[in-house]
Design a protein around this ligand. Structure first.
Ligand code: VAH
Length: 332
């Protein structure tokens, strides 16, 4: 019997691709895609339903009406937007999550996925291979909501027996919906600029190294964690997961292998301080051991696939971009 899944934040960077993957895997009729901001045509086409996770009664009604037994709760305010509006970040990221947990506990939801982030780490965490059990002292409101969210999920797991599962996503790179308000957004914007204008001004320094992951790997991580045998899911806070780490300059160089005339200048802004507070790489041995996590894309394979997919999406006549490194070669 396939699960009846509700996705919140379904119009966002992760949600838009996750809904497609879930519909393909479990069937369209078993996936309820919701978002706060939806257009009339999206609703009439049955693509999205309007749902504001800040309204508990609306969340309960959606779960009851559609007999939801599984929730992927993605609606959130990201790090840079959260620093610009900390109150909004707290309200959406905390009250929204608590509404999902309360409604799930009241209406028999079987399993919940909620994305944490490497934003939980602060400047005092090890910069290289930050461990699963590092002290979590974030210096952003986003990070505070992710630490508090992990603790809230663990509390509901213990107190109400909710099966809540979570990973600490690194920066995510994707070709469908653009991210909004993140510190790692540069790693998506740069691809559009390479193909559309041939030049990009990066808001982080050339040498800024951050943990990153290609969206196909992120979706596979979420779905395989949700399908893992409960006995193997030891943590109900957020599992560290990793795929690659690279600097803004290394990403620019990889793109230039395909777009030789591409030029990048670096003009760090307020997001640099956020990036500087995060680790450069992550130790994800717990996820590998407990539920078999392993990435498929490294920097060359991701860049080639991104350029190819974006070239098609933007209707640009581009040569096929051949991955210079095969998927699955681990780059740290
Ligand atoms: C952000 N993309 O930049 C998110 C992510 C690790 C970064 O959590 O806020």
């Amino acid at each position: 019997m396939p699960p009846k899944i509700m996705v919140t934040g379904a119009a966002g960077q992760i949600g838009s691709e996750l809904v497609t993957a879930l519909r393909k895997k479990y069937g369209d009729r078993n996936i309820l895609a919701t978002d706060k901001a939806v257009t009339r045509s999206q609703v009439s086409a049955g693509v999205l339903e309007q749902l504001d996770v800040m309204h508990l009664s609306s969340v309960e009604r959606a779960i009851r009406t559609h007999e939801i037994d599984t929730v992927y709760h993605l609606a959130a305010v990201l790090s840079a937007a959260g620093e610009a509006n900390p109150d909004l970040a707290w309200d959406v990221n905390m009250d929204g999550l608590k509404n999902i947990l309360d409604a799930s506990a009241r209406h028999g939801v079987r399993r919940i996925f909620w994305p944490s982030s490497i934003g939980v780490f602060g400047p005092d965490a090890p910069k290289t291979r930050a461990p699963q059990d590092a002290a979590l002292n974030p210096t952003t409101m986003y990070g505070v909501t992710k630490v508090a969210g992990e603790l809230l999920c663990a509390y509901y797991s213990g107190r109400h027996g909710l099966d809540v599962r979570s990973v600490r996503f690194p920066g995510l790179i994707s070709s469908e919906a653009k991210p909004g308000g993140g510190t790692t957004d540069y790693a998506v914007e740069i691809f559009y600029s390479a193909l559309q204008t041939g030049r990009y001004t990066c808001f982080l320094t050339e040498g800024t190294v951050l943990p990153m992951m290609y969206m196909p790997d992120a979706l596979r991580a979420a779905i395989s964690l949700m399908e893992a045998d409960p006995a193997k899911v030891r943590l109900h806070t957020g599992y560290n997961i990793a795929a690659m780490s690279f600097s803004a300059g290394e990403l620019a160089s990889e793109i230039k292998k395909h777009v030789p005339d591409f030029s990048v200048t670096y003009a760090p802004d307020s997001r640099q301080a956020i990036a500087d507070s995060w680790p450069k790489s992550i130790d994800d041995s717990a996820a590998r051991r407990d539920w078999g996590w392993k990435e498929s894309y490294d920097l060359p394979a991701m860049a080639a696939d991104m350029l190819s997919k974006l070239g098609e999406k933007l209707g640009l006549k581009q040569k096929t971009f051949n991955a210079s490194g095969g998927p699955g070669r681990r780059k740290r």
